[in-house]
Design a protein around this ligand. Structure first.
Ligand code: PFF
Length: 445
């Protein structure tokens, strides 16, 4: 394969890898936390609306650009804008690449916490109580140990390439995740207090659905959850044979991602009320007491109240989060790796190690200046960089791609009647909607 690009060998391989990228800590931690903090059902409702109206079209645009170009995101955007604004395209690609590194810098830290929490109950079961306590307690030393471990795990998979590494591992790991989630939900729903949580989650309070802050949080969550706006989905799209039906694929990925977020809500929100029924204080007013608490305090306490079985449940749950995080980091890492391999002619393994070293340096910086940097990087990425990149993808697909309109060409070629409507939706409505939300973010910040 010296001159040829590696690729996904099957359509399902692509869907699983892309779903593996989408499904991560954002679904299992981010979504339920945001839902619990924003009225449960109301958040779920708005999330579904923004996912269909904006996130799904943005995913389509991102995968489409990559698929047409068959190149890494920087070159793909440069190519797509070749006749109109190539420099701008390249610049946007590089910004996305920076976004991928930013994402990795904090995501690998949180993923390290998950690993530590997966090992902690194991240590307890084996009788190493002190080690177990240390693993379950947040500390800089723990971060300094587990973040590199996680980065190494990701690098080991990426290093194997697209088919042998990404496609095979995503196909193996994703079904395990779903099985674990279903088992945990079945358990939690039988506990006292679960029913109250279920009602709060499933019955929306419609008086809240027009709250602009709620809409903005739901949009940020949807973009982060679908991994759009940093080039990860674009690079995966480029590894798929040209001119597949991207619409159907985007719908499958969105449906899988949203389904897992929904299921995670079905686990976590009832679990909160089970813990509350058992006497723990979960909410202050209508907000959670500390967002980190949700996963790292309340759930472990709940697990440990179940005795030894709870330890096994805890190992399962945090392993599930670690697996989900791993398949998500792979797509972001692939963005700079593909760029270095294709545009800078490095070998895949050299590129993987260089990128891993950069991510390690970035995450170590975040660990060192945790209080001032950690939240800031997350906010800049999810509320500014990802929405802006998606806006750019819409503009590329609708306006900058050839002087005419690439989408119209495709729709004419394929002779599909609905495609012009879809094209115009991407061209006019999506950028407008996103701009309105973006201006609101700026005002609220
Ligand atoms: N979608 C992932 C999650 O929900 O956890 C996070 C993510 C992965 C964001 C890859 C961006 C990305 F490129």
């Amino acid at each position: 394969m010296s001159n040829m690009r590696d690729s996904f060998h099957s359509r399902i391989g692509f869907v699983l890898a892309a779903a593996g990228s989408a499904i991560g800590l954002g679904n299992i931690w981010g979504f339920p936390t945001q839902a619990a903090n924003n009225g449960g059902g109301a958040f779920l409702f708005v999330y579904l609306v923004v996912t269909v109206l904006l996130a799904l079209p943005a995913l389509y645009a991102e995968v489409y650009i990559g698929n047409q170009a068959q190149k890494n995101p920087v070159s793909a955007l440069e190519d797509a804008c070749r006749e109109t604004a190539p420099k701008l395209g390249k610049f946007a690609g590089l910004i996305g690449l920076g976004g991928a590194i930013m994402m990795l810098s904090f995501y690998t830290i949180v993923a390290g916490w998950m690993l530590a929490h997966a090992i902690s109950p194991l240590a307890e079961l084996l009788g190493y109580h002190d080690i177990s306590q240390w693993l379950a307690t947040s500390s800089t030393l723990r971060n300094l140990m587990f973040t590199p471990v996680f980065i190494l795990l990701g690098a080991a998979i990426i290093h194997q390439g697209v088919n042998a590494g990404i496609e095979k591992w995503s196909a193996r790991l994703m079904p395990v995740l779903l099985i674990m989630l279903v088992a945990l939900i079945t358990y939690i729903l039988q506990q006292p207090g679960a029913e109250k949580g279920l009602k709060i989650y499933l019955i929306p309070d419609f008086s809240q659905v027009t709250n602009p802050e709620l809409i903005i949080s739901a949009m940020g969550q949807a973009f982060f959850s679908l991994s759009i706006g940093v080039g990860g989905m674009m690079v995966y799209g480029s590894y798929m044979k040209k001119d597949r039906d991207i619409g159907k694929l985007a719908i499958s990925i969105t449906a899988l991602d949203t389904f897992i977020a929904f299921m995670a809500g079905l686990l976590i929100i009832p679990a909160l009320y089970v813990a509350e029924a058992a006497g723990q204080q979960i909410f202050q007013g209508d907000k959670l007491i500390g967002e980190g608490q949700l996963i790292f305090n309340i759930l472990p306490e709940l697990f440990s109240s179940m005795g030894n079985i709870g330890m096994i449940v805890a190992i399962g749950f945090f392993s599930l989060l670690s697996i989900a995080a791993l398949t998500s980091t792979i797509s972001s890492t692939e963005v700079p790796v593909a760029y270095l391999v294709e545009a800078k002619k490095l070998s895949r393994s050299k590129a993987t190690w260089i990128v891993s070293a950069i991510v390690l340096a970035a995450s170590m910086t975040l660990i060192t200046f945790f209080d001032s940097l950690f939240g800031l990087v997350i906010r800049v990425l999810t509320t500014i960089l990802q929405p802006l990149s998606c806006l750019f993808y819409f503009i590329v697909v609708g306006w900058l791609w050839k002087r005419g309109n690439k989408l119209r060409d495709v729709s004419l070629q394929e002779g599909r009647k609905w495609l012009p409507i879809w094209g115009n939706y991407l061209r006019f409505v999506c950028p407008l909607l996103l701009t309105v939300v973006f201006v609101n973010v700026a005002i609220l910040n």
